[in-house]
Design a protein around this ligand. Structure first.
Ligand code: MN
Length: 262
């Protein structure tokens, strides 16, 4: 498809290797605008900045046309890029490439996914991109894959209200044979807080939980990446449990419900 302008953001910060490799790779297929947090903002979810000003400073990034660093969150970067910094709307938003996978319930903590979701809210076709490792060779390989994929005539943007969450397996597993379209799997974390004592004698806690992929069926993102495939999961916002909405969905509330009990 014909992509003119691509907005690239992330949650690992403007200095992250994954962002740099992605932005440089896709500069070959479109005009690229990088808008990224000045510091690492991983696991911030969809936080936005409301009570202090956001500053956008231009940054030189070799091989990339436009780049800014922002003192805000990943979602801030997506909003600011689309609504303030770019002269025209982007045809595509790419968030990543994250250093580390975003599988299963990670999507609710991930700044990488939230930036893509913000793009989706703004009506921009958006992809969240994550790599299972953090070696520069693997990140570069994933970036080259993205350039090949979005540059191909077979690439179809996610429709309105949907984003694609893409997870790359570690390159050490070898060349993936498949790009697997899969549902979210179950990745849970052991709540393993370490209790320590600070120099002033106060106790503090440090989260040290590990991912536990409790279900890795092959039709899930967890299972696909575990077997060395590139996992693509279309995500949408609506989390309504429709089966729990009764057919008669209006319940009359009595006017006296707040009277003291006899
Ligand atoms: Mn991150």
């Amino acid at each position: 498809m014909n992509l003119r302008r691509i907005l690239v953001t992330n949650d690992d910060g403007i200095g992250a290797v994954g962002l740099n490799r992605l932005a440089r790779a896709v500069s070959a297929v479109a005009e690229v605008f990088v808008v990224a947090p000045e510091l690492e903002r991983s696991a911030m979810g969809h936080a936005i900045t409301m009570h202090k000003p956001l500053h956008a400073a231009t940054v030189e990034m070799e091989g990339v046309q436009h780049a800014w660093r922002i003192n805000g969150t990943p979602a801030d970067c997506a909003k600011l890029g689309v609504e303030a910094l770019m002269p025209h709307r982007p045809d595509l938003l790419l968030s990543g490439i994250n250093h580390g996978s975003n599988l299963g319930r990670d999507i609710y903590y991930s700044g990488t996914v939230s930036a893509a979701m913000e793009g989706m809210f703004l009506g921009v076709p958006s992809l969240a991109l994550s790599y299972e490792g953090d070696d520069s060779g693997g990140l570069e390989w994933a970036a080259a894959f993205v350039r090949w994929w979005i540059g191909g005539s077979f690439f179809v943007c996610p429709p309105q209200g949907v984003l694609y969450n893409v997870n790359f397996p570690q390159i050490a597993k070898g060349q993936p044979a498949h790009m697997a379209w899969v549902r979210l799997g179950r990745r849970e974390y052991s709540n393993d807080f370490q209790r320590r004592v600070d120099p002033r004698g106060r106790e503090y806690y440090w989260m040290a939980g590990r991912a536990q992929d409790v279900a890795d069926e092959p039709d899930t993102d967890v299972g696909a990446v575990a077997s060395g495939s590139i996992a693509v999961t279309p995500l949408q916002l609506d989390a309504t449990a429709y089966q729990l909405i009764p057919a008669h969905n209006l319940l009359e509330v009595p006017t006296n419900f707040d009277r003291p009990l006899a």
